[in-house]
Design a protein around this ligand. Structure first.
Ligand SMILES: NC(=O)C1=CN([C@@H]2O[C@H](COP(=O)(O)OP(=O)(O)OC[C@H]3O[C@@H](n4cnc5c(N)ncnc54)[C@H](O)[C@@H]3O)[C@@H](O)[C@H]2O)C=CC1
Ligand SMILES: O=C(O)[C@@H]1CCC=N1
Length: 262
C-alpha cells in the first residue's frame, strides 16, 4: 500500500485526508503541535509522526503548509529527502522551479496541485502539473488522491496563477456573491438563513445548467431576460455598476498576488 505523508494539517490537508479511502492509502501526518496532531490522527484514521519519520517512510510527501512557511519546512526536510520520494505541493505562489531550488536535491520528483476548499465536500476543482522526474505511478497516485475529493485538470504551469484565481480563490468570491444576494433578500424581508438556502440552491442549479446544457452563459442570460421585463432591469443595473469589470479586476489582483507571493 502506498504511504502518503501530509505536512501541515490545517483546512486543506484535513479536507483531502477525510476524502481518502484508508484501505487504499496509508496516511502519515505531521503538524506543528504533536499532541494536536495525535488527536487529528485519530479523527482522520492516520498516524501522527515526526517530520523526519514522515519523510523517511512516505512515498508521496504532500506539503500543505502556508506558502510563507513552506521554504523553512522544505529546507528542514531536504536532509532526509531521496529521489524515490515525490513532493506534492498545494501551496499558492511557489513554482516547480522554486520548489526544486528549496529541495536542494538533484532530479527530485515534484508535483504541483492547486485544489480548493470545496474538497471538504468532495467537490474540489484541482489543477495538476509535474516535473520530468515524476514516475507514472506517483503521478497516478497523486491524481487518485485529488480525484477522491473532486475533479483534476492537467494544465500548463504558466496557467497555474490564473487557475489559482478562478478556481482556488474563486469559492471565496462565489460565497461573497451568494451572501450579497441573500442579504438583498433580507433587505426585502426574508430571513437570512432562508434567503441563503434559496440563493445557494439557485447558484448550484445555474452552474449545473451551464454544465449540462453546454449553452453559452450569455445566451442563458438572454433566456431569463424577458423584453421589458424584470431581469433586464437588474442586468442593466449590474453593468451600470461595472459588474464584469469589477470581477475581472478582482481576478487580476488575485493572479498578480499569486505571482508575487514569495
Ligand atoms: N485554504 C484554501 O482554500 C486553499 C489553500 N491552498 C494552499 O494550501 C496550503 C494550506 O492552506 P490551509 O490549509 O488553508 O492553511 P492552514 O493554516 O489551515 O493549514 C496550515 C497548517 O500548517 C501548520 N504548520 C505551520 N507550520 C508548520 C510546520 N513547520 N510543520 C508542520 N505544520 C506546520 C499549521 O499549524 C496549520 O495547521 C497553503 O499553501 C495554501 O496556499 C490551496 C488551495 C486552496
Ligand atoms: O488565499 C490563498 O492564498 C489560497 C490559495 C488559493 C486559495 N487560498
Amino acid at each position: 500500500m502506498q504511504k502518503i505523508g501530509f505536512i501541515g494539517i490545517g483546512k486543506m490537508a484535513t479536507a483531502i485526508i477525510a476524502g481518502l479511502d484508508p484501505t487504499r492509502f496509508e496516511i502519515l501526518i505531521s503538524g506543528r503541535d504533536f499532541s494536536k496532531t495525535q488527536k487529528q490522527a485519530q479523527e482522520l484514521s492516520a498516524q501522527a509522526v515526526t517530520q523526519h519519520e514522515l519523510v523517511t517512510k512516505s512515498d508521496l510527501i504532500v506539503l500543505a503548509v502556508k506558502p510563507q512557511v513552506l521554504p523553512k519546512v522544505l529546507t528542514e526536510l531536504s536532509v532526509d529527502l531521496t529521489s524515490d520520494k515525490t513532493l506534492v505541493s498545494i501551496a499558492a505562489g511557489l513554482t516547480l522551479a522554486d520548489l526544486t531550488e528549496l529541495a536542494q536535491t538533484a532530479h527530485q520528483p515534484i508535483i504541483r496541485v492547486m485544489p480548493n476548499i470545496n474538497a471538504q465536500i468532495g467537490q474540489s476543482t484541482s489543477a495538476i502539473v509535474k516535473n520530468d522526474f515524476v514516475t507514472d505511478q506517483a503521478y497516478q497516485a497523486t491524481q487518485e488522491i485529488f480525484q477522491a475529493v473532486g475533479s483534476v485538470h492537467e494544465i500548463a504551469e504558466k496557467d497555474f496563477s490564473t487557475f489559482a484565481a478562478i478556481a482556488g480563490s474563486s469559492p471565496a468570491f462565489i460565497y461573497m456573491f451568494i451572501d450579497a444576494l441573500a442579504r438583498a433578500g433580507v433587505l426585502h424581508g426574508l430571513p437570512k438563513d432562508k434567503a441563503t438556502k434559496i440563493v445557494a440552491e439557485t447558484v448550484q442549479a445555474s452552474a449545473e445548467m451551464i454544465l449540462q446544457s453546454g449553452e453559452n452563459p450569455w445566451s442563458l442570460v438572454d433566456k431569463v431576460s424577458s423584453p421589458g421585463g424584470t431581469t433586464v432591469a437588474g442586468v442593466v443595473s449590474l453593468e451600470q455598476n461595472h459588474f464584469i469589470g469589477t470581477v475581472i479586476d478582482a481576478i487580476t489582483a488575485t493572479v498578480e498576488k499569486e505571482k508575487n507571493l514569495k
